[in-house]
Design a protein around this ligand. Structure first.
Ligand code: 7RM
Length: 656
C-alpha cells in the first residue's frame, strides 16, 4: 500500500475542465458540485426525494423516501409505484417518437437503427408474448443473448411485465448458465442461436440446451430463441420456440405493470471471495434514479448526444449505461456486437467517426490493448465529435490515461474515471466533467449524496495521504438490496460486524491524497480483476478441483499483467505423479480447457504450475501470500521454516 500512496502523492498533473466545457455543463463548476453535496449533507432525504420526483415518472407518488427500520435492508421510495420500461420508453413517445434509440453495429459492420417508437412496439410485442406464455410479475427470466437490439427488447419486455431478468454474459459456460438458472429459479430463458465476435460464430442456444440438460432447472418451462446466426439448432418441442413465432400476432401495445419502487428489476450474478457467485438484487425506483442522475451528472447528457458504452450488456456497466440510463434519458446509444481489434485496431475510432459519438465509455484493458495494437490508429480518424471520455472496471495506469487524453481526446475532452461496482448499481466516485479537475489514475471525488470514506480496520477515517478500506457510510438509492436468496451473505459481506454493521464495505483498497481525491488500488479480498471481469479465486479453484480425475488440490492467485490488469496463476497438485516436460504442458492445456468449460474462457489461468504439494502453515492454511510472491517472480522474504517440504518452492517456480 505504501508504494501506491507515494505514487498518488507524486502525481502532480492536474487537468481542469476548459471554460467552454464548464459553461455548457449540467453541473457547471466546483461551486455547483459543492452546492449539491451540501444539499445532501443538510437534508439527505429531502435531496434524494427531490431528485426522485424530478427525474422519474411515478404512477403513484411516494411518501417515504428512505426506510431504515431494518438495516442493512434499506428501502427507498417504497410506497411509490412506477414501471422501468414506461420510464425508458413511453415517456419519450410524445416528444421524440422518431428519435433513434439504438444504433446497432454488427461484427461485420452492418448498421441497424431503431427509433423510440419502434423500440416501444417491439418491447410491447415481446411483453405480450411473455404474458401469453404464462410469465408473470415476479417470475425470473434468464437472458443469454448476444449484443443486439433484441437483448434490450428482452430486458425491457421483462421490466414491462414486472418479471425480474437475470442477464448472463454470452461468454459463460453451460455450467455457469445452469447454476444461475437454478439459483434464480428462472422459469424461462431468452437466447439466440449464436453470436458473432471477431469474425467467428459462437453458439448460444446449444449452451442453454446443455445447461438445462445438466438437470436441476426445475422451474424452467420455456426457451425463446432469437435467430441471429441462422445456424441450425435443435428445438425441444413444447419447451422451445422461435422469437418470431412467439411475437407473431401479438399486439403493438402492452400496459406496463406498475410495481413498488422496491420491486426487483433484475438479478445480476457477480463473483465474490467464495466459490459461489452472488445474485446481486437491484430495485426498480432507486436503481433507475441512479442511472438517470449519473447520465446527467457524469456524462453531462444532452438531448442531442450520441452515447457509446462499449461494455457487454451481460455486465452491470451494460445494464446501467447501455440500457437503463441512456433510454431513461431518451438518448441515442451505440451498441456494438464485435471486438475492438476486429477487423483491425482502428475499429473503435472508425465507429466513433462514423456514428459521430459524443460520449465514449470503455475499460482500461481495452485502452491498453489498443495502445499496444495501434498507438497511432486514432490519428487516422476524425474524433472531433467526442466531448467526454470515460473509463471503468479497474484502475487506469497514468500512462494509459495520458494516451487516452492526448491521442483520443486530443487534449480537449475531460476523462471521467468512474469507480463503482455491480453492487453499487451506478457510478459512485468520479470527476464531474464540468466541475472537478482530473488527475491521471484518480477517480477523484464521490458524487453528491454518496458518503464515501476510507477507514482503517477499526472503522476510523484514515485522513489525507493515507490508505485503507473504501466504505460508504450512508445508503444510496441504487444500492443492491440483498443477495438473491441469501440475505445473511448480503449482511456478512457488505455490512460486516467489524464495523458494527454500519458501513458498506466495498472490498476495495484505496488511498486519499492531499486534495481529498480517491485513488482505488484494487481488491482487498480474494477477488481477481482480469480485463475488468470480476472472478473469485475460490471460483477458479473450485472449478479446478471439480476435475477429480486430474486435480487433487489447487490454489489460485492474481499477478499484475500489463494488458489485462491481473492475470490468473494456478498452482496445482495432480492426483498422479507431478507432471513434467511435455506432459506438464499437455495437462496444463487440458486444465485450461476444463476451466473454460466450467466457468467460461475469461477464467482460464494464464499460468499453471505443478507441485507435489502446496505450501501450508502448520494449521494447514495455504500460504497465499507466498504463492503470490512466487507468481510474481519476487524474491521470497516470508518465513518458510515451517514448510514441510521447502523443495516444492522450486517446483512451483516453473511455469507451464
Ligand atoms: C462497474 C464494475 C467492481 C470492481 C471494483 C473495483 C474495480 C471498477 C474502477 C475500479 C479502480 C475504477 N463492476 N473497479 N471501476 N477500480 N478504478 N474506476 O466494474 O462489479 O464488475 O467490478 O472493479 O475493484 O470493486 S464490477
Amino acid at each position: 500500500m505504501a508504494a501506491t500512496i507515494e505514487s498518488v502523492l507524486s502525481e502532480k498533473r492536474v487537468f481542469p475542465p476548459s471554460p467552454e466545457f464548464v459553461k455548457q455543463a449540467n453541473v457547471s463548476g466546483m461551486a455547483a458540485y459543492q452546492a449539491l453535496c451540501d444539499e445532501a449533507e443538510r437534508d439527505f432525504e429531502g435531496f434524494w426525494g427531490r431528485l426522485a420526483k424530478e427525474h422519474l415518472h411515478w404512477s403513484k407518488p411516494f411518501n417515504r423516501v428512505l426506510d431504515e427500520a431494518n438495516p442493512p435492508f434499506f428501502k427507498w421510495f417504497h410506497d411509490g409505484e412506477l414501471n422501468a420500461s414506461y420510464n425508458c420508453l413511453d415517456r419519450h413517445l410524445a416528444s421524440q417518437p422518431d428519435k433513434t434509440a439504438i444504433i446497432f453495429e454488427a461484427d461485420d459492420g452492418k448498421v441497424t437503427k431503431i427509433t423510440y417508437k419502434e423500440l416501444h412496439r417491439e418491447v410491447c410485442r415481446l411483453a405480450n408474448a411473455l404474458k401469453a406464455l404464462g410469465i408473470q410479475r415476479g417470475d425470473r427470466v434468464l437472458i443469454y443473448m448476444p449484443m443486439s437490439i433484441q437483448v434490450v427488447v428482452a430486458m425491457q419486455a421483462c421490466a414491462r411485465i414486472a418479471a425480474t431478468h437475470s442477464v448472463v454474459f454470452g461468454g459463460f459456460s453451460a455450467k455457469s448458465v445452469q447454476e444461475r438458472i437454478i439459483d434464480a429459479g428462472a422459469v424461462a430463458v431468452i437466447t439466440a442461436d449464436g453470436q458473432f465476435r471477431g469474425g467467428r460464430e459462437i453458439p448460444l442456444k446449444p449452451v442453454v440446451d446443455e445447461a438445462i440438460g445438466m438437470g436441476g432447472c426445475d422451474a424452467m418451462r420455456k426457451v425463446i430463441v432469437y435467430k441471429r446466426s441462422g445456424s441450425s439448432v435443435p428445438m425441444t418441442a413444447g419447451r422451445d420456440l422461435w422469437w418470431d413465432e412467439a411475437v407473431k400476432g401479438q399486439g403493438d401495445t402492452c400496459d406496463p405493470v406498475w410495481v413498488s419502487a422496491e420491486h426487483p428489476l433484475f438479478i445480476l450474478y457477480t463473483s465474490g471471495s467464495t466459490g459461489k457467485p452472488k445474485g446481486v438484487q437491484h430495485s426498480t425506483g432507486g436503481y433507475l434514479l441512479g442511472c438517470i442522475l449519473t447520465m446527467k451528472w457524469v456524462f453531462d447528457n444532452k438531448p442531442t448526444d450520441i452515447f457509446w458504452c462499449t461494455a457487454d450488456v451481460g455486465w452491470v456497466t451494460g445494464h446501467s449505461y447501455i440500457v437503463y440510463g441512456p433510454l431513461a434519458c431518451g438518448t441515442t446509444v451505440v451498441m456494438f456486437e464485435g471486438v475492438p481489434t476486429y477487423p483491425d485496431a482502428g475499429r473503435f475510432w472508425k465507429m466513433i467517426q462514423a456514428h459521430k459519438v459524443n460520449v465514449f465509455y470503455t475499460a482500461p484493458t481495452a485502452i491498453r490493448s489498443l495502445i499496444k495494437a495501434g498507438p497511432e490508429e486514432p490519428k487516422k480518424y476524425d474524433l472531433s465529435s467526442v466531448r467526454i471520455l470515460g473509463t471503468v472496471g479497474e484502475p487506469i495506469n497514468p500512462e494509459a490515461w495520458m494516451w487516452y487524453h492526448t491521442t483520443v481526446g486530443r487534449e480537449r475532452c475531460p476523462i471521467v474515471d468512474t469507480w463503482w461496482q455491480t453492487e453499487t448499481g451506478v457510478i459512485m466516485i468520479t470527476p464531474l466533467p464540468g466541475a472537478i479537475p482530473t488527475k491521471p489514475g484518480s477517480a477523484t471525488l464521490p458524487l453528491p449524496g454518496i458518503m464515501a470514506d476510507i477507514v482503517d480496520e477499526t472503522g476510523n477515517s484514515v485522513g489525507k495521504g493515507k490508505g485503507g478500506l473504501l466504505v460508504i457510510k450512508r445508503p444510496w438509492p441504487a444500492m443492491l438490496r440483498t443477495i438473491w436468496g441469501d440475505p445473511e451473505r448480503y449482511k456478512k459481506t457488505y455490512f460486516p460486524d467489524d464495523f458494527k454493521g454500519k458501513l458498506y464495505l466495498a472490498g476495495d483498497g484505496a488511498s486519499i491524497d492531499e486534495d481529498g481525491y480517491f485513488r482505488i488500488v484494487g481488491r482487498i479480498d480474494d477477488v481477481l480483476n482480469v480485463s475488468g471481469h470480476r472472478l473469485g479465486t475460490m471460483e477458479v479453484e473450485s472449478a479446478l478441483v471439480a476435475n477429480s480425475k486430474l486435480v487433487a488440490e489447487a490454489a489460485v492467485v492474481g499477478r499484475p499483467d500489463e494488458l489485462t490488469g491481473e492475470a490468473i496463476v494456478a498452482f496445482v497438485v495432480t492426483k498422479g505423479p507431478r507432471p513434467t516436460g511435455e506432459e506438464a504442458k499437455k495437462v496444463a492445456q487440458e486444465l485450461r480447457d476444463w476451466v473454460a468449460k466450467e466457468i467460461g474462457a475469461i477464467a482460464k489461468p494464464k499460468d499453471i504450475r505443478f507441485g507435489e504439494n502446496l505450501p501450508k502453515t502448520r494449521s494447514g492454511k495455504i500460504m497465499r501470500r507466498l504463492l503470490r510472491s512466487i507468481a510474481r517472480g519476487e524474491e521470497i522474504t516470508q518465513d518458510v521454516t515451517t514448510l514441510e517440504n521447502p523443495a516444492i518452492l522450486e517446483q512451483l517456480k516453473q511455469s507451464q
